[in-house]
Design a protein around this ligand. Structure first.
Ligand code: NA7
Length: 286
């Protein structure tokens, strides 16, 4: 892979792009707020002027932005990726969006002669920094083969899931389960402590049994310390829950538990916790 572009240097994109630079890839970065490029340039990346410019000058361009609207905005218009990509070049969108958005982007890229892969990731800030994300790829298989070396830098596994849309769907299923688990976990922690139980002991007991998992461990400590330092912004989890519930509507799949968890995340956004970590949902439950 001769040269790669990276669009979107938020919490996730910054860590992923930095790993590519450190692994020796020739990386050109772009971010809407251009100040965020400085840290990557200091590491050795070039800075592109627009998404079009990056897509036109790199063999393969990755993107990692917030939501469907942002992912579409990157591709469309005179400065968008589709305007620059040209024949044979690759575009890999790693943002979490819904299948419809991903298919629209795939259409824009293929009409411009490019190859498209969707590759949302499971994992938050720490796995992004450690290069241990789970990358959920779907779309053009030749591009998948070409980007494998970069996926190996950014993640610990990168299964190929089939046609465009299946990566988005897999990601929504996984995060919907995560949001539901976090919501019931917060209720349990609140109920237990209101009943006079020790929060630390609740965590230890849960951790010793079949429900032990890294999320309860990590988020549990955050709840007890009332520390909601952002690793996965709460607003993005609500977006994922919203998109999963919409997919349930589309497929006539009842999702009563996810729908209720989505309401808890909506309440948390209304209470002003959108930019805090997903663990902050506890504050509206307790
Ligand atoms: P962050 O830290 O909220 O970063 C979001 C990024 O998306 C950031 O680079 C934003 O640029 C960019 N963004 C947002 N809207 C736009 C538009 N309209 N155009 C271009 N760029 C935009 O999110 P994370 O890194 O935690 O998460 C990224 C994805 O992974 C997301 O889908 C999660 O659900 C999972 P800015 O710096 O604001 O100029």
């Amino acid at each position: 892979m001769a040269s790669v572009g990276f669009l979107g240097l938020g919490i996730m994109g910054k860590a992923m792009a930095a790993n590519l630079v450190k692994a020796g890839f020739d990386v050109t970065v772009w971010n809407r707020n251009s100040e965020k490029c400085a840290e990557l340039v200091a590491l050795g990346a070039r800075q592109g002027s627009t998404p079009k410019d990056v897509a036109a000058s790199c063999d393969i361009t990755f993107a990692m932005v917030s939501d469907p609207e942002a992912a579409l905005a990157l591709c469309q218009g005179p400065d968008g990726v589709a305007a620059g990509i040209g024949a044979g070049r690759g575009y890999v969108d790693m943002s979490t969006v819904n299948d419809t958005t991903s298919k629209t982007i795939a259409g824009l890229i293929s009409q411009a002669g490019g190859r498209f892969l969707e590759a949302p990731v499971s994992g938050t800030k720490k796995p992004a920094e450690d290069g241990t994300l789970i990358i959920l790829a779907a779309g053009d298989q030749s591009l998948y083969n070409d980007v494998k070396p970069a996926f190996e830098v950014m993640g610990k596994m990168s299964p190929y899931l089939g046609d465009v849309g299946q990566g988005a769907n897999m990601k929504l299923v996984v995060n919907m389960m995560m949001g539901g688990m976090l919501s019931i976990f917060s209720e349990g922690m609140s109920l237990g402590q209101k009943a006079g139980l020790d929060g630390r002991q609740i965590l230890d007991i849960v951790d010793a049994g079949a429900m032990s998992n890294p999320m309860f461990k990590g988020k549990g400590a955050m709840l007890l310390n009332e520390n909601y330092t952002t690793s996965f912004p709460l607003k993005h989890m609500q977006k994922d829950m919203r998109l999963a519930v919409a997919l349930g509507d589309q497929l006539e799949q009842p999702l009563p538990t996810a729908a209720i968890a989505n309401e808890a995340f909506k309440q948390a956004i209304k209470a002003g916790f959108a930019e805090e970590d997903i663990a902050a949902v506890y504050k509206v439950i307790k």
